[in-house]
Design a protein around this ligand. Structure first.
Ligand SMILES: Nc1ncnc2c1ncn2[C@@H]1O[C@H](COP(=O)(O)OP(=O)(O)O)[C@@H](O)[C@H]1O
Ligand SMILES: [Mg+2]
Length: 302
């Protein structure tokens, strides 16, 4: 299965949430590949805490797609992460491979040749991994364009493809996520031009709400005015999301505001939760997103 992670804006939590979903999927026994297609800022290595590639690799995905190398560079996250918690082997865990971008790599325009290399890459990795998570540059990017064109190719048609659009739970982010999918030259327009059926493509898209503020937090217990304001705000956002076709039925799930992630982009391990550093609800949310993403019944029934 190919999973494309998109967002209109930067700072939506797309990369951190996608890395955590990939990690949870691997813990559950799946072989998972994480492809850093955020070409302007290839920093997935930092989230997995692999210092030698924290800003990309010597010859990574840029070089592969540009045609300089014939086989993309990959690292095994469990073997190379600086975090001992991630290196720990769990009996039933699957592989987790990171395909990093080039160090100092920048955005580059799409071309038929580059799309062809993406098709080749996706085909090869789909045979090797149960799930391939592809983290795309924000907005109507060249990366998005390449992904839409590659997945429209006949060679990819038999592979299940799912699209996740990440947004924060604010007015600006809801409107932006709507625009990325339904707006002019957005995902659906661009995908249709690439050869996708509009309805089928729309069926393959779900939204993910990130860093959703927790209502009824102990902090607001002695501030009834604040608690009431938060509830009103949340209700207004729900209405706005519905009007923008980002309602419950189009949403895969959400993550709560996590203090650790406000300070640091990282994978949240079970040890972070048992050590009372991170909230259990955060890992539960990542687990639920991972399950909903890969369970055909849940995905289709949404
Ligand atoms: N659930 C969360 N709670 C709090 N902060 C979060 C949460 N998810 C992500 N973040 C933080 O938000 C910031 C942006 O996330 P990032 O994944 O880099 O976004 P993007 O890839 O969309 O640019 C990072 O500092 C990240 O740690
Ligand atoms: Mg990112």
């Amino acid at each position: 299965m190919l999973v494309f992670a998109a967002s209109d804006k930067g700072g939506t939590g797309r990369s951190v949430t996608s890395c955590n979903i990939a990690y949870r999927l691997s813990l559950a026994g799946n072989d998972v590949a994480y492809l850093d297609f955020d070409f302007g800022s290839p920093t997935a290595g930092a989230i997995f805490e692999i210092s030698k590639i924290d800003c990309g690799a010597d010859v990574g995905l840029h070089s592969y797609i540009g045609g300089t190398i014939s086989s993309p560079y990959q690292v095994d996250v469990r073997a190379t992460s600086d975090r001992s918690g991630l290196r720990m082997l769990h009996a039933k865990a699957g592989r987790l491979a990171l395909f990093a971008g080039d160090r100092g790599g920048a955005e580059f325009p799409s071309s038929a040749e580059k799309v062809r290399r993406c098709i080749e890459l996706f085909r090869r990795l789909d045979q090797e991994f149960k799930v391939c998570v592809v983290d795309l540059s924000a907005g109507r990017s060249h990366a998005l364009h390449m992904a839409l064109n590659a997945t429209a190719a006949p060679e990819i048609r038999s592979i299940p493809v799912r699209w996740l659009v990440f947004h924060r739970w604010t007015r600006q982010h809801i409107v932006a996520a709507h625009s990325l999918v339904y707006g002019n030259d957005g995902l659906l327009d661009e995908g249709t031009r690439a050869g996708h059926g509009r309805e089928a493509l729309q069926d393959a898209i779900r939204f993910v709400r990130t860093a959703v503020p927790v209502l009824n937090s102990p902090l607001s217990a002695d501030r009834p005015a604040q608690a009431k304001w938060l509830r009103t705000c949340n209700d207004e956002l729900k209405q706005l999301a519905l009007r923008n076709r980002l309602g419950h039925s189009a949403t895969l799930g959400e993550t709560p505001v996590e203090p650790v992630l406000q300070w640091r982009e990282q994978v949240i391990s079970d040890a972070d939760v048992s050590g009372n550093l991170a909230n259990a609800a955060t890992v539960e949310a990542f687990d639920e997103l991972a399950r909903n993403l890969t369970d055909d019944g849940v995905w289709e029934g949404l």
